[in-house]
Design a protein around this ligand. Sequence first.
Ligand SMILES: NC(=O)c1ccc[n+]([C@@H]2O[C@H](COP(=O)([O-])OP(=O)(O)OC[C@H]3O[C@@H](n4cnc5c(N)ncnc54)[C@H](O)[C@@H]3O)[C@@H](O)[C@H]2O)c1
Ligand SMILES: N[C@@H](CCC=O)C(=O)O
Length: 543
Amino acid sequence: MDAVTNVPVPVNEPGRGYAPGSGERAALEARIKELAGAQTELTMAIGGEHRMGAGTPVDVVEPHNHGHVLGRMGEATEPDVAEAIAAAREAAPAWRAMAFEDRAAIFLRAADLLAGPWRSTVNAATILGQSKSVQQAEIDAACELIDFWRFNVRYAQQIHEQQPLSPPGVWNRLEYRPLEGFVLAITPFNFTAIAGNLPTAPALMGNVVVWKPSPTQQLAAHHTMRLLEAAGLPPGVINMVTGNGGAVSAAALRHPDLAGLHFTGSAATFQNLWRAVGENISAYRGYPRIVGETGGKDFVVAHPSADPAVLKTALVRGAFEYQGQKCSAASRAYIPRSVWDGMRDEFCAEAESLTMGNVAEDLSAFMGAVIDDRAFAKHRRAIERARGIDSMTILTGGELDDSRGYFVRPTVLESADPTDEIFTTEYFGPILGVHVYDDGDYDTVLRQMESVSEYALTGAIIADDRAAVAAATETLRFAAGNFYINDKPTGSIVGQQPFGGARASGTNDKAGSIFNLTRWTSARSIKETFVPPTDHRYPHMGP
Ligand SMILES: NC(=O)c1ccc[n+]([C@@H]2O[C@H](COP(=O)([O-])OP(=O)(O)OC[C@H]3O[C@@H](n4cnc5c(N)ncnc54)[C@H](O)[C@@H]3O)[C@@H](O)[C@H]2O)c1
Ligand SMILES: N[C@@H](CCC=O)C(=O)O
């Protein structure tokens, strides 16, 4: 069994400001230039070897300048994925035999490398490849990923400390074994931190992993993998395959050794993957653990007692930071008429004033482009549909331009119909639906919006009246896994607001928490009796 020693007490990584003229800004700008011109070969990493996926070549471009190719990968084929699984199996015995302290040290070292010499690289890759503003890259690719790696070590130690009672003459122990087989980590485009956490959380618990990042996040994933190697991760523990995932589903989901699926992405993809696991259930060695965090239709509800400045800021930041491409982004708001009448014009003017552009060249921009042509087309359809509905008003935004990059202006739609698609469908872009209600209808609105959408990820109540806060907290108990009072519904911090939602939003295993890590261990109870009985008879049987 692993020894358990003390591990460093984690603290949240402070974010850097990148103010004009600062040294950190200059270093980052220099690294952005290097990576932009590098045309990186985005290889797979299988058993420590780097080679291109054998299938169709795929270009990775800048979303804000889609003519610029950042690198090229090859679509992984089924034999590529089979090789990754074989490499994982080969690495498994030595990895699970390694002491917890040694495994933990690798991830703590990775955190320190990211906090120091690798920070500019992973931030630059995230800005270039995912079109994040410098501030959004810093809170994700640097701070959140560092926090995942440091806090997970602490949580893993706490799991190891959970041990049963041992009465006199007996020693009971719980051994925290990894799962038997490999874990498949499939990660989304929008967070470099999530992409880094999904393969490493199971690995920390002694598992071996096949990791498939999103093609549109591949540049940052590539550098994250290299960083882990630099931190001393042994070959084969995490094997990265590239591409869209067809071959991964075909090879990995049918493999008898599939022991777990660690997924973040859309609900539709997750349901397809779960279905495939279900169809194959009798062919596996065990029952694969399935953890999936998926989409949201995240809300802001305001009460007549709301402070309009607090509401306005929660909406601007919550709906439009990172182009609304956070699973937690505010995409529907319910606002009482008295508050709305006093703030609408200022709020719309503020949304209109948000700067948008090439975030790699202009570090002062608030927003970049949406991720790709598919996302752009989806937003265009949503906005065109809104234009065609008489009862819908486009208060601001609605302009799109994909001539150079996939740019969608922050858009606010007002509708009198609280059942309209803008209040139920995840667009995953900078589009906010607003429903204005009569001040006296607060309780009715809470009940209506509680279950109008299938999702239950994040939400916020903005109110100064304590009874109104209490009413929202109670009525919306199951409507959000992360609930905010007088704050925006985005920006959870590891160790402070464990993150995840239920209903169609996922299994709510709370990324970056002890609850998530427990899914990646299969405990063995060991009982040792020091002086065992040698006679089968009990006293009630008589002599
Ligand atoms: N709840 C959360 O914590 C959370 C966090 C981030 C993103 N999200 C959600 O993720 C979505 C956006 O991310 P996305 O566009 O990358 O999601 P997506 O579902 O399109 O893709 C997610 C991953 O699945 C892969 N994939 C798709 N089809 C596959 C298949 N058949 N086999 C194997 N892999 C396959 C993709 O290549 C990608 O790596 C949004 O719905 C957002 O709300 C949720
Ligand atoms: N943890 C992030 C959400 C990640 C989803 O995309 C937040 O709370 O905003």
